[in-house]
Ligand binder design. Structure first.
Ligand code: XUL
Ligand code: MN
Length: 351
């Protein structure tokens, strides 16, 4: 189907990360596709109509822990030049705090003060990279800030440690904004900041609540038993939705990072509608897709999940813009939700 000119006039800008062109490894088996170079990924990003790349600190500066500050500056600046030459923006930088031997038992909430110090120092280096790459957005997916068993940590103390870590980052650079990406579980049994409500609440305990916002990932909201469109409306009511990881998730299981709309088209439609009604993107925010290829994907189909997610978004945008709001309002006023339900289904089916 051809995407109509109306959807093409959208103000949305699109983004993905180098990890989204992944090699297919899972906990039960090895990679199924050979690794590709970062440069190749960057070139593909432009070719398939994306505008920005998101980074972990070590996507930007590999082996970051073994490198000096001077090296970090040199490599970041070289990367920034490559991005500028291709006209690609750096959307955000996120400290990858879940691979190091220093974060086995948590990063900011580790029981070991040496490990907590490592996590904060590493986060400051991540902020340096963001500055070199020309973005003020730091994303915090708090992968190991939680427990496998509740007796292992003091929950109240963990909240205080999280606030201390956020405060240190806010003080280190007066311009950066911290965007917390909640996820309720995986790798932890229970995470300390499982929802957008938690992320926005902890913002208010920090030294500068205005600079602490959030990032919604569709799959993470679904894993928390929530509707991602409600999370979008909630975050945007606070003016705090600074980034977005659209994808899909089939129920309460491991994080699937499916192509946007793949599991539930209606839930995807409602996310696009929520973004539209709140004006997401009008302050320069990007629509990022945190999606992965299915493990059996062949090399020649390696970018399909990214092309398809963007295409589905644009098609759903057209659906959101052509939804008969007047008729829907009349059905709501008449409390005729059966007809409203069918109206949505038929609209999505193109009847
Ligand atoms: C993990 C996840 C991460 C973050 C970036 O589930 O979504 O890829 O988005 O650190
Ligand atoms: Mn994500």
């Amino acid at each position: 189907m051809v995407i109509s000119p109306m959807a093409k006039r959208h103000p949305y800008k699109f983004c993905f990360g180098p990890w989204n062109i992944s090699e297919g490894q899972d906990p039960y088996g090895p990679t199924t596709r050979p690794a590709q170079s970062f440069d190749w990924k960057l070139t593909q990003l432009r070719k398939i109509g994306y505008d920005a790349m998101m980074f972990h600190d070590d996507d930007a500066v590999p082996d970051i822990d073994g490198k000096s500050d001077a090296q970090l500056r040199k490599e970041s600046k070289a990367l920034k030049k490559r991005l500028d030459d291709l006209g690609v923006a750096a959307e955000m930088v996120a400290p990858r705090l879940w691979f190091s031997p220093m974060t086995i038992d948590g990063a900011y909430t580790s029981n070991d003060p040496k490990c907590r110090k490592y996590a904060i120092e590493r986060s400051k280096r991540c902020i340096d990279i963001a500055r070199y790459l020309g973005t003020d957005l730091i994303v915090l997916w708090l992968a190991r800030e939680g427990t496998y068993m509740r007796e292992a940590k003091n929950g109240r103390r963990s909240v205080e440690l999280l606030v201390e870590a956020l405060d240190e980052m806010l003080a280190y650079d007066k311009k950066i904004r911290l965007s917390i990406e909640p996820k309720p579980n995986e790798p932890m049994d229970h995470a300390y900041l499982p929802t957008i409500g938690h992320a926005l609440a902890i913002a208010h305990l920090t030294r500068d609540p205005k600079r602490v916002g959030c990032l919604i990932e569709s799959a993470h909201a679904i894993l928390a038993g929530l509707d991602p469109s409600d999370e979008i409306d909630f975050a945007m009511a606070f003016g705090k939705l600074w980034s977005l990881h659209l994808n899909d998730q089939n129920g309460l299981k491991f994080d699937q990072d499916k192509p946007f709309g793949s599991a539930n088209l209606r839930v995807a439609f409602n996310q696009v509608r929520a973004l539209e009604r709140n004006g997401y993107g009008k302050n320069g925010e990007f629509v990022c897709f945190d999606v992965h290829p299915f493990r059996p994907t062949k090399v020649e189909h390696w970018l399909a999940h990214l092309e398809d997610s963007r295409r589905t978004f644009l098609l759903l945008l057209e659906k959101a813009r052509t939804f008969d709001e007047k008729q829907a309002k009349a059905l709501v006023a008449d409390r005729n939700y059966a007809a409203l339900d069918q109206m949505v289904l038929e609209h999505l089916m193109g009847v």
